[in-house]
Ligand binder design. Sequence first.
Ligand SMILES: NC(=O)c1ccc[n+]([C@@H]2O[C@H](COP(=O)([O-])OP(=O)(O)OC[C@H]3O[C@@H](n4cnc5c(N)ncnc54)[C@H](O)[C@@H]3O)[C@@H](O)[C@H]2O)c1
Ligand SMILES: [Zn+2]
Length: 372
Amino acid sequence: VTAGAADARVRVELGPRSYDIAIGPGLLGRCAPLLAPLLAGRRVVPVADAAVLPLHWPALRASLEASGAAVAEPVAVPPGESSKDFATLAQLLETLLSRGLDRRSVLVALGGGVVGDLVGFAAAVALRGIGFVQAPTTLLAQVDSSVGGKTGINAAAGKNLVGAFHQPLAVVVDTSALDTLPEREVLAGYAEVAKYGLLGDEALFAWLEGGGGAAVVAGDPAARARAVEASCRMKADVVARDETEAGDRALLNFGHTFGHALEAHAGFDGRLLHGEAVAIGMVQAFRLSERLGHCAAGAADRVAAHLAAVGLPVRPSDRGLSPTPDELLAHMAKDKKADGGRLAFVLARGIGRAFVARGVDPADVRAVLAAS
Ligand SMILES: NC(=O)c1ccc[n+]([C@@H]2O[C@H](COP(=O)([O-])OP(=O)(O)OC[C@H]3O[C@@H](n4cnc5c(N)ncnc54)[C@H](O)[C@@H]3O)[C@@H](O)[C@H]2O)c1
Ligand SMILES: [Zn+2]
């Protein structure tokens, strides 16, 4: 089968760095026609999450070989956030270079956001920059991390502090790859899908609320394809307007100022996934918007009702966490230092109508935290 009617194509318009996101069920096994123009005659080195390798590499390998590429043996990266570090990056680069990587070689990242960020950054710095293709296999990576060109690793001082903007040559999104993803990871990615509706697409949120969301979580192929396409379309639009986050791209951080503070409190020990923190943070962002009079009362409850209905946490106690408001404010202040001293909140005038607010009074933030 080649790309059929069920497939969607989203273009990320960035001048000479433009690329396509192809979305469809079973795409890993039939993306040769998409990849041939990019890869034919070139050396391709796949780098995969070790847990994903046995599940999805065979299908992708067949497509890469059919595209006319010279396909090297895949490099496996241990699963987990701890692989986004200097040691793993160094080892990966040494392995690639010892295998004779050249300027026309292309890396392929197969896995979730961890592998996508790591491999994208390796591609950005190897030989001063070579091409790479994203083949995301988590919902979070399919709707968020594989699109937009942010790549990088973590440092002792914090997450994602070392990196580069490096756009992929293409993104191959096989929505069937999600069939093997644990439900908790599906839900964490779903929080980012809901985020797109909440920040800029009320119709998307209404569809999710009206049963689309439950269908996405339950594994309905059409619902998953629709949700992933709508999400990628919005991210692609925002990134095309603001590639390096000088302005509008900050909207994509809706729920993230609160969410990052809670993640820092939880200590990245697996008790709280990023998407779960974002779900809680989005409810808090709506509560703050209501409190400041930007948004009519009731929106926060509506958001919380939907997120809870699909199975996401909506308050810290849902994950056994009880941070004090001051502790969370201290984490936010640290985040703010990393961002040049600005404590920016993404607030909303209603569902689908987010905006960036500066100079929010910490007393209002404290009040929202104390009540949630
Ligand atoms: N670059 C960006 O713009 C951006 C945006 C958001 C998040 N991120 C980064 O993304 C990372 C999180 O990504 P993630 O949530 O995908 O986590 P992840 O890559 O750690 O994947 C989550 C888990 O799912 C497993 N897995 C992946 N695909 C699977 C599949 N199809 N079947 C079964 N298991 C599978 C992995 O082995 C892992 O254990 C973080 O490091 C975050 O900083 C980057
Ligand atoms: Zn996020």
